[in-house]
Design a protein around this ligand. Sequence first.
Ligand code: MN
Length: 504
Amino acid sequence: MQSQTTSAPKTIETLCQLVLSYDPGADVVQLKKAYQFADAAHAGQKRATGEPYVIHPLATAFTLAEMRLPVSILMAGLMHDVPEDTTRTIEEIETAFGQDVASMVAGITKLGKIKYRGMERYIENLRKMFLAMAADVRVVFIKFADRLHNLETLDAIPPKKQYRIALESLEIFAPIANRLGMGEMKGRLEDAAFKFVYPKEYEWTMNLAKTTRDEKDAYVQKLMKLTEDCLQEAGLKQVAVHGRAKHLYSLYRKLIKNERNITRIYDLIALRVIVSDVADCYAALGIIHSRWTPLKGRIKDYIAQPKPNGYRSLHTTVFCEDGEIVEFQIRTAEMHAEDEFGIAAHWAYDEHGKIRFHSKKGAQPPQWVHDLVNIQQELADKKQFLESLEDLKIDVFHDRIFIFTPKGDVIDLPEDSTCVDLAYAIHTEIGNSCIGAKVNEEVAPLERVLKNGDMVEILVDKSRKGPNPDWIKFVKTRHARIKVRQYARSKIASWIKGILPGGK
Ligand code: MN
């Protein structure tokens, strides 16, 4: 994917060539028209880098083309910033290019208005992102491509803004790309953001990776050839072996898990073996195991049991020549495309803009694709949305829990928070006068520890004079603790005032 990016300069002509290479019947006349429209609309505008603005929508369209997406999506990509940043309108786009392209541009414009405002906004951001996705997943592809180019040109903008955009990419965009099975996009977003979120860690990981890569390069080349020969001799046809450079951010995460010890990372040298069908995947695994000794517990069959995001491949780690430990990932070309582009792989060659999946030999789209189609209904209420997030295992909430009030508000609290913490998070008055709670419609004591997704109603008694000082023993949040103490102190103060002569 990246090799295609770097080879040729990015112009509308090279974009058309790239499109025609995977879709010979593509309507490049319309594509050129969309480019001219965007170019004229943005005329005179400059990027922060000083380049003409149209560089940015063009780069966005290139990324979409690398994902082999249909021309209509590329056209929307070319015009994605037009309504927001120029005097030309959605209506004009609709008149010139039709309703479908215009609706994608409208979707991306709406999505652009979502701003990152820290932890408490996560839920809302994610919800909107998923809503947009369920409404039209093509909009999310464009958003990813847009964001990727913004990240790649982040050097030109002020540091504070850099950090915000990069953090948002790392914590919201990348997990969603991962959920959509878009491994390559996830990796590119993370690597581009990494530098700005953790600059020192980035340096460290980069140097480590570079040294290792330089040292092992000749070895990897040799091993690739050896593997290819070995599989062909055994009678496998159509074998391709690629080396795989691990994405920096995912290497960093792995290093952290392994006490920063690079010798404990087993997939530093990783080869991808692409064969023609599933039977050949298993055959290749057998051949590799007869040539080199596999490490115990490192054989993973993600073909029989795909990962939740649809990922399929066979993995094994073996001892190779010179004692090197090498990971092999064995897959078909179709699985490979799915790993790189995820759901987008199913869109290839589909020019009609409807959700229609590209599948060969009667293969069914994976279960998670159906899940995605169904997600819109799940989004109908926030509680179910959170439950679905749990399933999606998007690990952005770390040590936070989200509690629902009967009114449908979502309150974000630290783990192990109690009903009293919640009461104070809603309002000081509610905290001061709470006497009990209903957790998921059952009566519960105030000290009850809440769980993510609980629906909690705080019961109050207006005649209650104030908090119980004993609550200090179990409240979790600083906010609740301060409020309870404050009340106790003000009570003492007014009592002292009351007994002092002339005091009130
Ligand atoms: Mn943009």
